[in-house]
Design a protein around this ligand. Structure first.
Ligand SMILES: Nc1ncnc2c1ncn2[C@@H]1O[C@H](COP(=O)(O)OP(=O)(O)OP(=O)(O)O)[C@@H](O)[C@H]1O
Ligand SMILES: [Mg+2]
Length: 392
């Protein structure tokens, strides 16, 4: 919705037609910044003639840095070259004479186009830095460790101070919530009612926070029948909204290319493909990699994680690499600590920080995820992570 900044709370009616509908009139700049922060639906700010040029330019400068996609239009009673120059330098897209409603309608349309273009570029990566990285954890075979990896990577990122959301896309049998002993008050199914207008507060209404790490989780409904009632565009909207408010979004998946999984893979910056040391797992992963190739997914944006390595079950780690024609980025050792932590409902990375499987998962999060996205981990002299604080 368009925000109209004016000292007159009743000004909305004057510009209603030119703005193509009702605008939300706000009288204070901080309120506008907060509204834009909280909802990706605010994409245009129109500043009425009763707001001073300097204040208008100050707001535009802030928005240009923090929300490049939000358009700012300035209305003036008469057009002045100096004002226009000042305005355009600060990032205001256009200055329009306040009684020229046709010009205002045209400027609104141009701004919407530019916003859509910027959003398209952002989705294709590149704009990135202020946006969450989306990481999908996948394998076409069940029981190989997707939930173990996604939950612990997400818990570690959150405990390291990163705003992290874990989305459980195993909509029929998801077990992230139970693994973390969370009782969510809302579920993915509740997002269906918010379809088309999901914002931060809507997202927050279905998020459960894991107190010890600060990890946010969106879990599926406990009724498997609900899975079919979630259209994939709701998942796309969930991830799009989350991208604006988190540093990392980790997606756990069921062992199949469901349409929800395809939606997540489509917007992911990185896919973690999980394999174990058995022939069916390796075969299924090979097929999954071919499918990803067919879908046009970039090979650079996927890494193989070998889980339960070291198990004496006939296949060696290097045989898996040969079969997959790609070296695993990380091998997570088989460890009794993994099911023990899961059964206690505590993330392994908190329960048993020195276990070799924990060390490998931390390395996966720090080296293969954070370092890859230019978010290096500082270990010396930096503030202590929640995780370490909780252990000392
Ligand atoms: N490195 C490991 N060492 C020992 N046990 C492990 C390891 N990784 C996972 N497990 C155990 O394997 C089982 C399956 O793991 P998990 O639930 O993470 O797999 P999944 O791929 O999510 O399964 P599903 O496809 O059913 O969702 C769990 O009991 C888990 O504790
Ligand atoms: Mg699972």
């Amino acid at each position: 919705m368009t925000i109209l900044w004016s000292l007159d709370p009743h000004v909305g009616e004057t510009y209603r037609l030119a703005l193509g509908g009702e605008a939300e009139v706000m009288t204070q700049a901080p309120r506008i910044l907060k509204a834009v922060d909280e909802s990706a639906n605010h994409q245009l700010v129109v500043i009425a003639p009763d707001i001073g040029v300097d204040s208008a330019c100050e707001l535009a400068e802030r928005l240009r840095v923090e929300h490049q996609e939000v358009g700012v239009l300035l209305l003036r009673q008469r057009l002045d070259v100096n004002v226009m120059a000042h305005a355009l330098r600060s990032g205001i897209r256009e200055v329009v004479q306040s009684d020229d409603h046709t010009a205002l309608a045209d400027a609104v349309r141009r701004s919407e186009q530019l916003t859509a273009q910027l959003a398209g570029e952002g989705a294709g990566r590149g704009e990135g830095e202020t946006r969450a990285r989306i990481i999908t954890v996948f394998s076409a075979k069940g029981g190989v460790g997707k939930t173990t990896v996604s939950t612990n990577v997400a818990a570690h990122l959150a405990a390291s101070g990163k705003r992290t959301l874990l989305v459980d896309l195993d909509l029929m049998f998801g077990d992230v919530a139970i693994t973390l002993q969370l009782l969510p008050s809302g579920t993915v199914s509740d997002l269906v009612a918010m379809r088309g207008h999901l914002d931060k507060s809507g997202l927050d209404s279905v998020v459960a926070t894991h107190e010890e790490t600060g990890l946010d989780v969106v879990a599926p409904s406990s009724d498997p029948a609900d899975a079919d009632r979630v259209p994939s565009d709701v998942i796309a909207e969930l991830l799009r909204t989350a991208r604006v408010h988190y540093d990392y979004v980790i997606v756990d998946t069921p062992p199949a290319f469901t349409e929800h999984v395809l939606t997540a893979l489509d917007v992911s910056d990185l896919t973690l493909l999980i394999a174990t040391l058995d022939i069916p797992a390796v075969k299924n992963l090979r097929i999954a990699m071919n499918t990803l190739d067919t879908l046009g997914a970039s090979r650079d944006s996927r890494v193989i994680v070998l889980n339960r390595s070291g198990m004496k079950v006939g296949l060696a780690d290097d045989e898996v690499a040969t079969a997959l024609k790609q070296e695993p980025a990380i091998s997570i050792p088989n460890s009794l600590a993994v099911p023990t932590a899961a059964n206690r409902g505590v993330p392994l990375v908190m329960e048993n920080p020195r276990d070799p499987s924990t060390v490998a998962i931390r390395e996966l999060a720090d080296q293969e995820i954070r370092a890859r996205f230019g978010d290096p981990v500082h270990t010396n002299g930096r503030k202590t992570s929640r995780l370490r604080r909780s252990r000392v």
